[in-house]
Design a protein around this ligand. Structure first.
Ligand SMILES: Cc1cc2nc3c(=O)[nH]c(=O)nc-3n(C[C@H](O)[C@H](O)[C@H](O)COP(=O)(O)OP(=O)(O)OC[C@H]3O[C@@H](n4cnc5c(N)ncnc54)[C@H](O)[C@@H]3O)c2cc1C
Length: 279
């Protein structure tokens, strides 16, 4: 049951949605509604006064693939991404989605909603961050592309000043020699301990040609400077390299963002396990 003070605006096209954004100040976005519902415990669902529903806009439910990337509309459901099959979806994204909730929730929950969930980063966030996903953002009057890493911050800027929504997600489809997704916390539910870790590695002639390390839980992390410390090294690494890199990681995973905690310990254990795959 919905609380009676909410007006839900249903748009049939992106142009419609933009018009609504323009005319209704401070309107909030809803897609599948599962995350908004998950955060509530009362008998009726409490929504903001004005809500724009995106889930029925056909343009926002499209999926396409080129040689270099896959593109998803934000209202594509998690189950329809899994239905594409593992060969059509980057491994770490597919693995992440497989751990989310259950088939019933995944048939409503959308990729855009999972990435945009506030407070705690959900399962697809670290994979998309590691894969260098780009987002098309639609404002009331405009559209622009931005790297996902630039759009979201750890400092609560997530609430845009004027309402806007993710219109498309573009994800490069490169081949990785190692594509590891690890989840902290129980699969199928979100708790305070829920977090994700992604490790991607590419090598050419035994030289590490690219590496990506991303983490997302209460905070998220990806630092190209740290990855650059590893790129260019010869494989296999030796044990001394791994311990030097772990020491350096202490500086990059700043205690201001990651205070000593269970979460920080998990992160360092995951990082050590991942780097040991290169020995
Ligand atoms: C029982 C249950 C178990 C769950 N287990 C897991 C789990 O194991 N792992 C996990 O990761 N998640 C889990 N979830 C959360 C679920 O995956 C997410 O709720 C879902 O992906 C969110 O998608 P949605 O379309 O329902 O988002 P909504 O609830 O509609 O929206 C979530 C947020 O995203 C914003 N938003 C939505 N679409 C857009 C857009 N296009 N542009 C900008 N902002 C947008 C909304 O404003 C809102 O702030 C669980 C949820 C439930 C109910």
């Amino acid at each position: 049951m919905l609380n009676k003070f909410t007006t839900v605006y249903s748009a049939n096209s992106v142009a419609d949605a933009q018009l609504i954004l323009k005319n209704i100040a401070g309107i909030s976005i809803i897609a599948g509604g599962t995350e908004i519902a998950r955060r509530q415990t009362g008998r009726s669902l409490h929504l903001p006064a004005n809500v724009l529903a995106l889930s029925q806009i056909p343009e926002l439910k499209t999926m396409s693939k080129t040689e270099r990337y896959v593109e998803f509309g934000p209202s594509v459901t998690l189950s329809s991404i899994l239905q594409l099959g593992k060969k059509n979806v980057p491994d770490v994204l597919y693995d992440a989605i497989s751990t989310i909730a259950n088939p019933a929730v995944r048939s409503l929950a959308t990729l855009g909603g999972n990435v945009s969930a506030k407070g705690q980063r959900l399962a697809t966030f670290a994979p998309l961050l590691a894969l260098d996903a780009r987002l098309e953002i639609r404002t009331a009057t405009d559209a622009y592309w931005t790297p996902m890493a630039r759009y979201f911050t750890n400092t609560g800027r997530d609430q845009p000043k004027t309402p806007e929504f993710i219109d498309r997600l573009r994800i490069p489809t490169e081949n990785w020699d190692i594509a590891l997704y690890r989840r902290i916390g129980h699969p199928g539910i979100v708790t305070d301990a829920t977090a994700s870790f992604v490790f991607l590695v590419k090598s050419e002639k035994n030289i590490l040609s690219d590496i990506r390390i991303a983490y997302a839980g209460k905070f998220f992390f990806r630092k190209r400077e740290f990855e650059n410390l590893i790129i260019g090294r010869s494989l296999p690494l030796d044990a001394k390299d791994v311990s030097i890199l772990l020491d350096k990681a202490e500086i990059f995973f700043s205690p201001a963002l990651f205070p000593p905690s269970f979460e920080r310990t998990c992160l360092f254990n995951l990082l050590e396990d991942a780097l040991r795959m290169l020995l």
